[in-house]
Ligand binder design. Structure first.
Ligand code: C2E
Ligand code: SIN
Ligand code: SIN
Ligand code: FE
Ligand code: FE
Length: 528
């Protein structure tokens, strides 16, 4: 192949590459894929001297440049999310000049890309600068005027693709927001139905998460589980229609009272009627969560696989939580005793497949039980939880050095690590904005619950740093809430910015502030 720079006529213009790019880069499009495709194409042009190494950085919410895609660019996993100080690098210069620029190497930069020349291309949407694309240039070559003209053309193509991606992601986030508004209203309804026997509504949350863990174990598709998580907390809304004299009765129900209580299924199903899939799921669960595998349940006495699968799953989740919790009519049972009842009832009350999945999911279920608890954390309690399957290569692994010596709090913190690693995966595996928004939502919910529980414990045990600690928690919640609301403006960078924030929070808060909490388990005793 002819390797010399061709004359102007035979050199393909940027738009030829563009049309090829538009053909090859299809949705679901990721910036990583875009970068790799571009590098591939450029590398095959004999007259353009770039290496198969480069990156895309976009301007994020705080005007910093966020690394959103990179290929052979730098080593180490941290490179997946970094921000660049615009005043201190060539990229920042290009953001200002908006012109393709050749940047000879000047020592080592922060990504460890030392000893390499770059050519940096701006990414412009009309007048608006979106970001930059630095590419490596082979040693000894200085990017020519002809190459620069070509890259300037290419910049328009890339920018239009990125703008399109931005729009698609914004649509996704908007749609999720709409769904959330509806889901939140429904969830409030579910919690309201529980207010009479628990002030926090934790039962409905636990039951929904247990059901989700079982469903995951059974391979129920993600979309159905999304509906399950929102719909399951409403399984007992029909209890709104049951008189307090029955609902709150401290002892056993008479046969007549129990007959009235059974109406809560149909009352709930009547409240939950709508045409969308979410409402249909909620309706089905309200109607079927007390049906039994052998046909001895209510309200219809439906049998076996005629009972909807989500109803069979919710039945196990509901009974496990009812047994292990204190109720006006009974004390809490131990996990062992509750587990035994469920195992004994496999094939009678419960679908044996669901009981099997429940047992497989038990490590997760027992952790959910610790997180969504009704009582105040006892700093002296020792937990013995079955091990979770090892997650493969987390971004930030849990380190036992982070243990503060209060088992329940350690368990909460481990779960926070899991959520942060989930966010990392959602961001770097290009699951799209929807997945990022969902993990942010899970993080927000977790922090609200965990912080409240930590604060209740600190307050009961007269912890002296309560105010400082609480204000740090509040700052964290503000940041997550802000991230969620800004996702719509910066859908392509925000996940990474949030990861940067979380990484520094983890070390500063858990390692320094939470570490001081361990005194609660050694010295303080509760105030009454
Ligand atoms: P719940 O308290 O949420 O209980 C849900 C289901 O868990 C019960 O459905 C039952 O299958 C199981 N469960 C709960 N506690 C026990 C228990 O001590 N032993 C056994 N073997 N299973 C248990 P079920 O029986 O159809 O009850 C539906 C709802 O009716 C209960 O919801 C609760 O709100 C009410 N309820 C049931 N029994 C009594 C009672 O004796 N007194 C009062 N005050 N309410 C009751
Ligand atoms: C970097 O490697 O720091 C970004 C590109 C550049 O400014 O050279
Ligand atoms: C959960 O799965 O939602 C919590 C427990 C865990 O898997 O860490
Ligand atoms: Fe019920
Ligand atoms: Fe904390």
């Amino acid at each position: 192949m002819e390797k010399n720079v061709p004359d102007k006529l035979s050199r393909p213009k940027g738009w030829d590459i563009i049309s090829e790019l538009l053909r090859d880069v299809r949705p679901p499009l990721s910036l990583q894929k875009l970068l790799e495709t571009v590098l591939d194409k450029l590398h095959s042009l004999p007259w353009l001297k770039t290496e198969n190494r480069g990156a895309i950085l976009l301007i994020g919410s705080n005007e910093k440049l966020i690394l959103v895609a990179s290929h052979n660019y730098s080593d180490g996993r941290t490179a997946y999310c970094e921000q660049v100080d615009r005043d201190r690098c060539g990229c920042g210069e290009v953001v200002c000049t908006r012109k393709v620029a050749f940047m000879p190497c000047e020592g080592e930069d922060r990504f460890g890309t030392q000893g390499k020349n770059h050519v940096i291309t701006p990414l412009l949407d009309g007048d608006k600068i979106l970001g930059v694309m630095p590419l490596f240039v082979p040693d000894g070559h200085e990017t020519t005027e002809a190459e620069i003209v070509f890259l300037q053309d290419l910049s328009y193509a890339l920018s239009s693709i990125i703008s399109r991606l931005l729009m698609e992601e914004i649509v996704q986030v908007k749609q999720l927001e709409l769904e959330e508004t509806k889901a939140e209203a429904l969830q409030k309804l579910g919690v309201a139905s529980e207010y009479r026997d628990s002030e926090t509504g934790m039962h409905v949350m636990r039951m929904a998460y247990y059901a989700n863990s079982i469903a995951k174990e059974m391979g129920i598709p993600d979309e159905d589980r999304e509906h399950l998580l929102v719909a399951a907390p409403m399984h007992d809304v029909g209890k709104i229609g049951i008189p307090d004299s029955i609902m709150l009765k401290p002892g056993r129900l008479t046969e007549k009272e129990y007959t009235i209580m059974k109406d809560h299924c149909q009352i709930g199903a009547r409240i939950l009627n709508g045409n969308d899939n979410l409402m249909k799921t909620a309706h089905v669960i309200a109607m079927s969560h007390h049906e039994k595998w052998d046909g001895s349940g209510y309200p219809n006495g439906t049998k076996g696989e005629d009972i909807p699968i989500l109803g069979r799953i919710c039945a196990v989740a509901d009974v496990f939580d009812a047994l292990t919790s204190k109720r006006p009519y009974k004390e809490a049972w131990s996990v062992e005793k509750s587990l035994k009842l469920i195992e004994d009832d496999a094939g009678k009350a419960f679908d044996p497949m669901v009981v099997n999945a429940f047992k497989e999911a038990l490590p997760s279920i027992l952790r959910i039980k610790e997180i969504y608890r009704d009582d105040i954390i006892d700093p002296h309690e020792k937990l013995e939880l079955p091990p979770l399957p090892e997650p493969g290569n987390p971004w930030i692994p849990w380190d036992d050095a982070l243990s503060i010596g209060i088992d329940v709090v350690d368990e909460h913190h481990r779960y926070l690590f899991k959520l942060i690693n989930d966010l990392y995966t959602a961001v770097t595996d290009n699951h799209g904005c929807r997945a990022v928004a969902q993990t942010l939502q899970a993080l927000e919910q977790y922090t609200l619950i965990h912080f409240r529980e930590e604060e209740r414990m600190m307050s009961l045990y007269n912890y002296t740093r309560l105010n400082e600690h609480t204000s740090q928690h509040n700052k964290f919640c503000d940041n997550i809430a802000k991230a969620r609301s800004e996702l719509i403006r910066n859908p392509l960078t925000l996940g990474r910015e949030t990861l940067l924030f979380l990484r520094s929070w983890l070390t500063n808060h858990i390692m320094k502030e939470d570490a001081l909490l361990h005194q609660l388990s050694t010295t303080n005793s509760p105030s009454h």
